[in-house]
Design a protein around this ligand. Structure first.
Ligand code: NAD
Length: 424
């Protein structure tokens, strides 16, 4: 075993340099880690990092270099002092855009125009104008969109079973997503101008899944939702968890050894952040958040397929927090994301099969999807067409914007992609 590892580590390694924009949860602790773990398999190596807060780049550099050392790979990670240095670096072949959603446009467009291979995280943007500009640049140099469910085994298995004809023709879809993501009120996500809100950040995935399963883009949707009574605004709320001593189920306290809420809390640049946009422990009751915390959305497709989304960022942490059901005339597919299980009932109810979709990487980020995505990045580098394009990102954003508009209009239908003439 030891001998095999030694031989592997001394083999010359092909290096495809990756530059990461945004040294946060997604860029480093999901994608960066996945790229490091698969470096020998894919040839992709993290070449450098740019974050608008340099301290975060240095923390991320140290973290990734330690991971490379654990893999017995001698890889130094650069810190770029400015974004343009990534574009000017001939050793950087691929750019991962994983910064705040309202910042995606400038970095994605510049990297595409510089001829780099670009991975753009979902959601594509906050505004339609930004998405249009990204799509325009991606016409000449296609990018790969980070809709992770397209790489996650349970969703991929569901798509394959649907295409096999086992349930007949798809008629109806339902996604339930009841997730305890109060962090959306504690981080930069709390302002719609920065993130597009929870509906953009989370439901952009779900809308993309609906479109992927349906194999078409939707005609219109209706929605109700908004801000529930779960997180009432308190004018005198504490600024952040770290200066608060109240008992609170939503505590995200960087100074508490027992706090839940992710590894970033332990890093200085995150635990000491002062600006609200940089903080990750703003009080959930603090004024200023303008995002929805729940939504019920009904989507109608040109073929007659109908889809329903049941979404909230409150509620308990459960094993069935994200599920999907597909119904055809002959059968039904039920997906339980957190358990990695897909159940197919076919032949009008006479046959039932359960597919275990966990696989070796299930315990890694996004139930293994990020590792699969790292493999897909290599295939994309080699010329494969990505399974999710910039246009898929734009349509998903249109559905987000239509949802927000329909909520504002008390559930009136809103056409997708033609919001100027929005009432159906
Ligand atoms: N595909 C997925 O499943 C998935 C999961 C999580 C997040 N995301 C997306 O990834 C993006 C980042 O989210 P996150 O959770 O990592 O946020 P984060 O707050 O953990 O990290 C974002 C980082 O970007 C940096 N940043 C902000 N503006 C910048 C700029 N102009 N230039 C360079 N760096 C900048 C911030 O300082 C921060 O370090 C978002 O668009 C989010 O929706 C996707």
């Amino acid at each position: 075993m030891a001998e095999a590892a030694l031989v592997e580590s001394t083999e010359p390694m092909e290096k495809i340099g990756v530059g990461i924009v945004g040294a946060g949860d997604r860029g480093i602790y999901c994608m960066g880690e996945s790229i490091v773990a698969l470096t020998r398999e894919t040839g992709l190596t993290v070449r450098g990092i740019f974050d608008i807060i340099p301290e975060r780049s240095y923390e991320a550099k140290e973290h990734l270099e330690n991971l490379y050392a654990e893999e017995s790979i001698d890889q130094k990670v650069r810190v770029y002092g400015e974004f343009e240095a990534i574009l000017a670096d001939p050793g950087c072949h691929m750019v991962l855009v994983t910064n705040h959603t309202n910042q995606h446009r400038s970095h994605a467009v510049a990297a595409l125009e510089a001829g780099k291979k670009v991975y753009l995280d979902k959601p594509i943007s906050v505004t339609r104008e930004d998405a249009d500009r990204i799509v325009e640049a991606a016409r000449k140099n296609p990018l790969i969109m980070g809709f992770t469910r397209r790489y996650e085994k349970s969703w991929v298995t569901t798509k394959r079973l649907l295409e096999s004809g086992a349930i007949g023709t798809l008629q109806m879809m339902e996604i339930t997503s009841i997730i305890p993501y109060h962090r959306y009120l504690q981080t930069w996500h709390r302002k719609r101008a920065q993130s597009g809100g929870a509906i953009n950040d989370k439901n952009s995935h779900h809308f993309d899944v609906f479109n992927w399963m349906a194999g078409e883009y939707p005609e219109y949707l209706t929605a109700v939702g908004g801000r529930s009574s779960v997180f009432p605004v308190e004018e005198n709320a504490p600024e952040s968890c770290r200066v608060c001593s109240r008992e609170c189920p939503y505590r995200r306290d960087p100074n508490s050894a027992t706090t839940a809420g992710g590894s970033l809390l332990r890093l200085d640049s995150w635990r000491n952040a002062e600006e609200e946009v940089e903080k990750i422990d703003t009080c959930v009751y603090a004024p200023g958040a303008d995002i929805s915390d729940h939504a019920l959305v009904t989507v109608v497709y040109p073929s007659g397929v109908k889809a329903s989304l049941f979404f909230a960022i409150f509620g308990p942490d459960t094993k069935d927090q994200e599920t999907m059901i597909l119904v055809g005339e002959k059968g039904k597919i039920t997906l339980n994301r957190h358990e990695g299980l897909v159940t197919l009932v076919s032949e009008y109810g006479n046959k039932e099969e359960v597919f275990d979709c966990r696989g070796d990487d299930f315990a890694t980020s996004h139930f293994g999807a990020d590792r699969e995505l790292a493999r897909a990045l290599r295939a994309f580098y080699d010329g494969d067409t990505p399974v999710a394009s910039a246009v898929d990102g734009l349509v998903s954003l249109d559905m987000v914007l239509a949802t927000q508009e329909s909520i504002q209009r008390s559930g009136q239908p809103v056409r997708i992609g033609a919001r100027a003439e929005s009432t159906v």
